[in-house]
Design a protein around this ligand. Sequence first.
Ligand code: NAD
Length: 246
Amino acid sequence: MGVNHKTAIVTGAGSGIGAGIAAMLAQKGANVIVLDLNRAGAEKTAGEITAAGGKAIALQVDVTSWPEVCAAVAEAARVFGTVDILVNNAGALKDSSILKMSEQDWDLVIDTCLKGSWHCCKAVLGHMRRQNFGRVVNITSRAWLGNPGQSNYSSAKAGIVGLTMSLALEFARYGVTLNIVAPGFIEAPMARRLPPETQQKVINAQPIKRPGRIEDVANAVLYFCDEDTSYVTGQILYVDGGRHVV
Ligand SMILES: NC(=O)c1ccc[n+]([C@@H]2O[C@H](COP(=O)([O-])OP(=O)(O)OC[C@H]3O[C@@H](n4cnc5c(N)ncnc54)[C@H](O)[C@@H]3O)[C@@H](O)[C@H]2O)c1
C-alpha cells in the first residue's frame, strides 16, 4: 500500500516545496517524474533522488502549454507504464496592488497556477479513469482566502479549489480522489522572496509561531497520495500553523 511502485508526476519539482514532495514520494518507493520549466532544477532534483537510490526522471515542461503537458504525460506512461499520482505544485507570484498590476502579471499567475493545474489534470485523468485508480493533490495556498496585493495569486489559488472540488465529484466513481493542500508560510523560495519584515509579520499572525517546513507540506501530500486514502476526496488540508482559523 502507500505509494510504493506507484508513478507520480510532480510539477514545479525543480525547487522548494515541489522538490521536497518529489523526494518524499521517491523515498516511499514511487517512481517520480520531476517536471519543471527550469531544466537545471528538474535535473538536480531527479539526480538527488537517483543518488539516494530512488527512481526519477526530469522533464522540462511549461505547464501553461497543453502540447508540452500532453507530451510529458505520454513520456511518463512510456517510461513507467502508467501514471497513478499527480501533484500540481508549479506556481508563480507577481504581487502588487490591482491599481498597479499589469495584465501580463495577472495572466502569468493565473496561467501558471490555475490553467497549468487544469492542463495536468486533463492530461492524466483519462489514464486514471481507465485504470480505476488515481490520486491528485493540488497545491493551493492559505492566500486563496484573500490577501492584499495578491488579487492574481488569490484568484488563481481559489480557482484551484473550485477545480479540485468539481473534479472530485466528476471522478469519485472511478477510484480517483482529488484533494488540496493549502500551505501558509513555508521555508521555501516563494515565501522567502517577501521582505523580511513582512515574513516576520506573517509568522507573528500565526497561532504556531514558526515557519512551516517543506516536510510539513510533503507529509500532508503523502497522506492524500496513499493507496489506502481512498475515502477522502474534495478535502482541503491547511498546513499553515493554524493561520486560517484566525
Ligand atoms: N513557499 C510558501 O510559503 C508557499 C505558501 C503557500 C503556497 N505555496 C505554493 O507552493 C508551491 C511551491 O512554492 P515554492 O515556495 O516551492 O516556490 P518555488 O518558486 O521554489 O517553486 C515553484 C516552481 O514552479 C516552477 N514553475 C514556474 N512556472 C512554471 C511553469 N510554467 N511550468 C512548470 N514549472 C513552473 C518554477 O520553476 C519552480 O521550480 C507554489 O504553488 C506556491 O504557490 C508556497
